[in-house]
Design a protein around this ligand. Structure first.
Ligand SMILES: [Zn+2]
Length: 378
């Protein structure tokens, strides 16, 4: 970690992000990416126009089918709001949930309530617990800050499978760059080869029943089945707090505390493992996103960041270790292992770097999805 912390002059990203660079005005590259995203997903009347166009093309692609889109649901505010808006806009969604065994009771309740009240069919894919547990342990032993990607990957794979099985071409996810921010890849790097290589190294085999989207599978879904993923909330002037209040009124949605704490593993991960072992304070992502989109002042964010990210909570640590069949001695060993990066394991990243030129061209031509581009190539 650098001895002197340097903070972006516009947001609160700082040199705890190893790849951060600043321009002449002291503004980081993630703020510039945000401005690019603003051009891709404008707000105001233009947002409403683009949303209407997206909705009518989803309806056209899904004409005559039982469902015209698949919406991933976790019980959290973002995904529940996505489902709620999809129904309000006249879409016929299939709600898809990937149960990794870590759901909080409130999350389960929220999913049931929302789908019942909105009259939406729900498909739940339950991961094989023993297999998923092994994969999570592999990532803890790998000593990387990407320990949540087995869940994220399984969700994406399950959404694509469900869409393909139903002949649906549109997947909607509850993502908004205005509230979630742009995740630095040194904090979260996400792709199938990485998952397989980490699992092979720490369990002895890359084989797992947990769904993983490989590059050929992604190609199949995107190019042959022509399935597209839309970060739906980018089309809204999305305000998490107001959305939560609206959902509470309309579909009986309940708050569960911290950001993404609908999963108890996420709670352990974000409130303990990331800050205590990796020095990563994820609040900087959402605070910076809100600063960039004028929803929070930089001063206010800096003031809140001076406090410890989360109260020390050993209960969640004990719960997590017990559920993973690990001892507290195992936990101490995990905490003591030196921090590693995704670049210490076999991944597709070197190839993506080598193909930077053509990928950039593909992005300009609109062939490479914006999300992939921003995530890996910048
Ligand atoms: Zn910045």
């Amino acid at each position: 970690m650098p001895s002197e912390l340097r903070i972006c002059s516009r947001c609160v990203y700082d040199t705890t992000i190893p790849e951060i660079v600043f321009d002449d005005e002291g503004v980081c590259q993630f703020c510039r990416i945000h401005d690019e995203m603003e051009k891709q997903y404008p707000s105001g009347p233009e947002a409403a126009r683009r949303l209407a166009a997206l909705v009518s093309s989803i309806k056209a692609r899904g004409r005559g089918k039982d469902y015209d889109c698949v919406v991933g649901v976790s019980g959290g505010v973002d995904s529940t709001y996505t489902l709620y808006q999809a129904v309000r806009l006249g879409l016929k969604p299939l709600a898809v949930h990937c149960d990794n065994g870590w759901n909080s009771e409130i999350a389960v309740h929220n999913i049931e309530n929302a789908t019942n009240r909105l009259g939406v069919d729900l498909y739940t894919h339950v991961l094989d617990w023993e297999d998923f547990k092994k994969l999570q342990i592999s990532f803890l032993k790998a000593s990387v800050s990407d320990a949540e990607i087995p869940t994220d990957m399984a969700i994406h794979a399950v959404l694509h499978r469900a869409a393909a099985a139903e002949g649906v071409r549109d997947i909607l996810i509850g993502h908004s760059f205005r509230t979630e921010g742009i995740v630095p890849k040194s904090w979260t790097y996400f792709e199938g080869t990485y998952i397989k290589s980490v699992h092979k190294r720490f369990s002895g085999s890359a084989k797992t029943s947990v769904p993983v989207l490989s590059l050929p599978a992604l190609f199949y879904y995107m190019a042959l089945r022509r399935i597209q993923v839309s970060p739906f909330l980018n089309y809204f002037d999305y305000d998490k707090k107001a959305a939560g209040e609206e959902l509470a009124r309309e579909v009986g949605w309940e708050d569960y505390g911290g950001h993404h704490h609908e999963s108890l593993y996420t709670k352990f991960f974000q409130s303990f493992l990331l800050p205590k072992k990796f020095g990563i304070d994820k609040r900087k992502l959402s605070f910076s996103a809100r600063i960039r989109s004028g929803r929070m002042t930089r001063e206010e964010a800096l003031r809140i960041l001076r406090d410890e990210p989360y109260p020390l909570n050993m209960d969640i640590v004990e719960y997590t270790m017990e559920k993973l069949d690990l001892t507290m001695a195992d936990f101490d060993a995990i905490m003591a292992t030196p921090v590693r990066s995704f670049q210490d394991y076999p991944t597709l990243y070197p190839y993506m770097r080598a193909l930077r030129g053509p990928i950039h061209l593909g992005f300009k031509l609109g062939i490479v999805p914006k999300i992939l581009y921003y995530k890996y190539i910048y």
